[in-house]
Design a binder for this molecule. Sequence first.
Ligand code: ADP
Ligand code: ZN
Length: 733
Amino acid sequence: MDKAHEVLERVFGYKSFRLHQAAIIETVINGGDALALMPTGGGKSLCYQIPSLVREGTGIVVSPLIALLQDQVDALKEAGVRAAFLNSTLDRREQEAVEWELVGGKLDLLYVAPERLVQERMLGLLGRAKIALFAIDEAHCVSQWGHDFRPEYRQLRILAERFPNIPRIALTATADERTREEIATELSLEGAHRFVASFDRPNIRYTISEAGGSSARDKLWQFITSEHPSDSGIVYCLSRKAVEETAAWLTGKGKRALAYHAGLPADVRRTVQQRFLAEDNLVIVATIAFGMGIDKPDVRFVGHLNLPKSIEAYYQETGRAGRDGEAADAWMAYGLADLIQLRQWIVQSDGSEEFKKVQRQKLDALIGLGEMVNCRRQALLAYFGEIKHEPCGNCDNCLNPPVTIDGTELARKALSAVYRTGQRFGVGYVSDVLLGKAEERIIRNSHDQLAVFGIGKDQDQNTWRGVFRQLTAAGHLTGDTEGHGTLLLTDLARPLLRGETAFRMRAVVKGSPKPAKGRRQPVVLGTGEGADQSLFAILRVVRSRLSQDAKVPPYVICHDRTLVELAQKRPGTLSELQNIIGLGASKISKYGQTFLDALAPHRGDAKSDQTKISAPLKDVETRPEPEAKAANGLSKTVNASLELRAAGLSIDEIAERRGFAASTILGHFAEGIEAGHLEARECVGLEEHEIDEILAAFEGHGTLESGKLGPVHSAFDGRYSYGVLKCLLAELS
Ligand code: ADP
Ligand code: ZN
């Protein structure tokens, strides 16, 4: 194990093992078999990577996710590990080169697709190589009951027969008992040590709210802008149409967003995936297919604009957030239409009665999760058989306990209105009757003559929607089988109508809800320091450059946590970098100096040293301008923009990071130019001949004397923005 710790630090740059990692690694290093169940992001990879490095020979990793292989191998190579993969994307020569390395003992890790591994040719090759271990990733693929069943996985038992003395480790994030047993039997791992980690993902904050259609979108927008203005995330919708509309809507609001669904051509889908991996600030709006096999650790939020199909699906989809362990959000909004539609699908599906019953139960469990008023995490874990004794403090219900009221009276009015109108109408119509609206259709049906007409006038439309949704969720109402959205009473409704039972419900919030307590800083940092935020932004740009040069995603260079630590500790030497999480020897030698150079101007301004004021990087937005002058005579907000520019950010990047318009940033530049701190040519991003053209126009219009930019602006038909003109004029003054 000493060796394992040494590898953990030197290669991966981590200080300590997570729960279960040490025990699993020890088992495998000592030649034992293991079955490891850990949630997504739990750290499964190290469980076989470290033993492969410690034991003699090559670790063979079976993985079904081809897209992921490239990624994992790139990440390992970055860390200085001799890793390779074999799959169908390689041509013959490349394959032979890898095979040669394997047999020659030149590989620490080799990733192989399952169908290839069981080919006789491959087995023969393995027989000639020295093998450290076999790791079977995503081992639940062996289960024919699961949704990821792959028949090739069943053939992997051959490994036990052909290589009885080589340790095998199976890993999965699928929790349930039946799958676990199937893995053990199908892979001949009955004797393996079992390790079951908690399925809690404490860094994910669960938030579920009610809203359908366009109001759900508005809520999503509010959520993204307040919590994740410059983060990557995934938003799931049920239909392709909703995916495309939502992506277009977000784009229209100025957010970088792309649509992804199975109906798009393969090359478009590939591009979307690649961009998602490579970019820092991109929202993917997708049907559930997106995310499978995408191992991006810094997805900061997963949103749902509809209910998923089950708690398992919800857990899996939300689990794609925050794999790196940093704060992340699982956010969902759903409405009455979702409930009705999903129930509808079950009824209409051509599965057996038994199948439908199971599906109904699963949906009800999910609805229960949505409507509950207690800790959501407790309920989620309980569903997977895990007891958590204390409320979590990191879900919406814990942070902002909902108010419940006695809704019996409201419920009875709502149910009688459904009954009196003949169970032939949807929520809109019935609400209108309750509200006493003299709509044409209502009058034609003589429903304005009913006793229920107008008995709900004291409430608003929104409240009635909430009542109908909660009654539907609780099973008192259901949709019609044809899917017209007609509300029908169920047997449960009768005692409530007769006044024999009571109905407690969540108070329906009027207007927009107040923001939850205990909100975090939008950025992953959580330190709340303006200083660290801009430095973090600078480091993010540095990382993004390194990643472009190395042709790998930014998180392969290092994780956000590493940047946070760099921004906080601001190391000054290569040896100090060893104390930064995630920087092992190989990365320090490759990128260490670049990070040190980026940090150099900010040293001596470390966070602990609060008394020392270095003007440019402090929080500037919140303070009034007059006293916010720095030593160079410019305001702090101007300095903050200049600082980011000096770090190499483009105008658009600075505008995005600081939440200002590009014209404002150009205005800051103009002040800097006027004060002689930079030159216009360096920052307006124009060609020399364009600058000449503008200067000539200034002369022609007497701009220097008048100081008025309007005439020149219109002379060019607005081709050059006021900001750009201002910068050039500043240089002349
Ligand atoms: P899984 O495969 O279980 O979803 P990964 O193996 O991808 O999870 O690990 C999730 C993240 O946690 C990775 O970014 C990994 O680098 C990080 N990680 C794993 N083990 C440790 C550890 N002991 N200390 C710090 N970070 C770790
Ligand atoms: Zn909670």
